[in-house]
Design a protein around this ligand. Structure first.
Ligand SMILES: CC(C)(COP(=O)(O)OP(=O)(O)OC[C@H]1O[C@@H](n2cnc3c(N)ncnc32)[C@H](O)[C@@H]1OP(=O)(O)O)[C@@H](O)C(=O)NCCC(=O)NCCS
Length: 395
């Protein structure tokens, strides 16, 4: 078996059959193949690796070059996708080998972190990944927001086809990348596919001409559902403007279904406001995303919760294993190698969970991602306070 990196236009004859068999209705048609081949222009910057034997492709993995905000620092990120093995070659360790090589290569290409959507989290858990929150949905009738119809808000909302509003929408995502923990975006090559593809509306909220919020949506039928994408806002005014716009769909749609960040609390959007907030995870189709550090230096510069230091040993990981001193000073973390005895032992999933703010040190231990004594629990909890990331990009 040989592992080989392939160019985007080779994917159609190598990865397409594996991916389509794994993820799509099949058998596929020639038209499906042609559609895929045309899309490969948007995959020029993707790193694609395949495992071959006797000229046959047995498995493939890929990583999109992306960027992600982790506690205030924007890192290059490897967005892993297209993971599939031919059914007769499964359980031979092919994807494990491909993923090991992919993670190493993406780190060499400068990616400090990685994220993916798993079919089964325990599979990627073995590769050092740890879960972060899945996007929530809020489902409500527009009547519930009727108080906003009477509110005089200092801004306006414009409705456009996504293709027309794309530049403003995209600029807002780039602004949120700078501000919002966990937020991630594709590179320009991949992003340009979204400008053309889906037939969606976008509502853009502005105050004094500045974009303060945007949301994509479509309407399934008169009296039916208005199905919206992620509610992207720079703050409460952007949210109020977009919700006011949705409130104006009273009598036109029965329900609004909107994707929201885990930090949103929709029941506080109105008085007498009936709303169902859901975070549904089911496997294999709707797994919560997972993340990991690819380089320990990813910790440098992250917002620190306290002026503290702690020594840790990261174990069982080729990319980030070692002993480190982690220090919080002037509000930022710094990491350096050390020979000192560690106060805590962490797996890659354990240190990644702390860095992303999803697990407390006690939870790191109860989940089996590390061991430590009382003082280290307090220090790590102070350095890495809980801060739920909002991943945004679906891939
Ligand atoms: C999931 C899939 C990619 C696994 O590929 P594979 O080449 O068989 O995986 P490997 O043989 O390298 O397995 C790596 C490890 O995961 C385990 N594993 C494999 N498939 C698993 C599964 N379905 N559930 C849990 N563990 C699994 C293996 O036992 C092995 O464990 P080990 O390293 O401790 O021995 C393959 O089954 C597939 O193509 N499935 C359909 C598409 C899909 O779901 N892709 C993933 C999208 S996120």
């Amino acid at each position: 078996m040989e592992i080989r990196q392939i160019a985007a236009d080779e994917r159609t004859d190598t990865m397409f059959p594996l991916q389509t068999y794994a993820f799509m209705p099949s058998p596929w048609t020639e038209a499906d193949r042609e559609t895929y081949a045309k899309r490969m222009v948007f995959y020029r910057t993707v790193t694609s690796l395949i495992a071959e034997e006797g000229g046959q492709t047995l498995a493939g993995v890929a990583a999109f070059p992306m960027r992600q905000n982790v506690r205030g620092v924007v890192h290059d990120m490897a967005g892993v996708a297209s993971v599939s093995t031919h059914p007769s070659a499964r359980r031979r360790g092919l994807v494990r080998q491909l993923m090991t090589r992919l993670m190493q290569q993406m780190r060499e290409q400068g990616c400090a972190v990685s994220a993916l959507y798993p079919f089964r989290p325990s599979f990627y858990g073995k590769l050092g990944y740890v879960g972060v929150p899945r996007v929530r949905t809020a489902t409500f009738a527009p009547e519930g927001l009727s108080h906003l119809l009477r509110a005089e808000l200092p801004g306006e909302v414009e409705r456009l086809h996504l293709s027309e509003g794309f530049d403003d929408y995209n600029a807002l995502t780039l602004r949120l990348l700078e501000d919002r923990h966990g937020f991630s975006v594709y590179d320009e090559t991949r992003t340009s596919e979204f400008r053309e593809s889906p037939s969606l509306w976008v509502a853009i909220a502005r105050v004094d001409g500045e974009v303060v919020g945007a949301v994509t949506y479509w309407i399934d039928q008169y009296g039916g559902d208005l199905v919206a994408g992620d509610l992207l806002t720079t703050g409460p005014m952007g949210r109020a403007l977009l919700l006011q716009f949705f409130a104006r769909h009273v009598d036109q749609v029965a329900r609004i279904v909107l994707k929201i960040d885990t930090n949103e609390v929709p029941e506080l959007w109105g008085t007498d406001f009936a709303v169902l907030t859901e975070g549904r995870v089911d496997l294999p189709r709707r797994g919560g995303p997972m993340v990991r550090l690819l380089a320990i230096e990813a910790l440098n510069g992250l917002r620190a919760g306290a002026e503290q230091d702690v020594t840790v040993e990261v174990v069982d990981d080729e990319l980030i294993g070692g002993r480190y001193r982690i220090t919080g000073a002037a509000g930022r973390l710094a990491v350096e190698e050390t020979r000192e005895e560690p106060q805590a032992t962490l797996t890659c999933a354990g240190i990644s969970a702390l860095a992303y703010g999803v697990l407390d040190p006690i939870e790191v231990m109860t989940r089996g991602f590390g061991r430590m004594e009382g003082p280290a629990v307090e220090r790590l909890a102070a350095l890495f306070p809980r801060d739920m990331p909002y991943l945004f990009a679906d891939f």
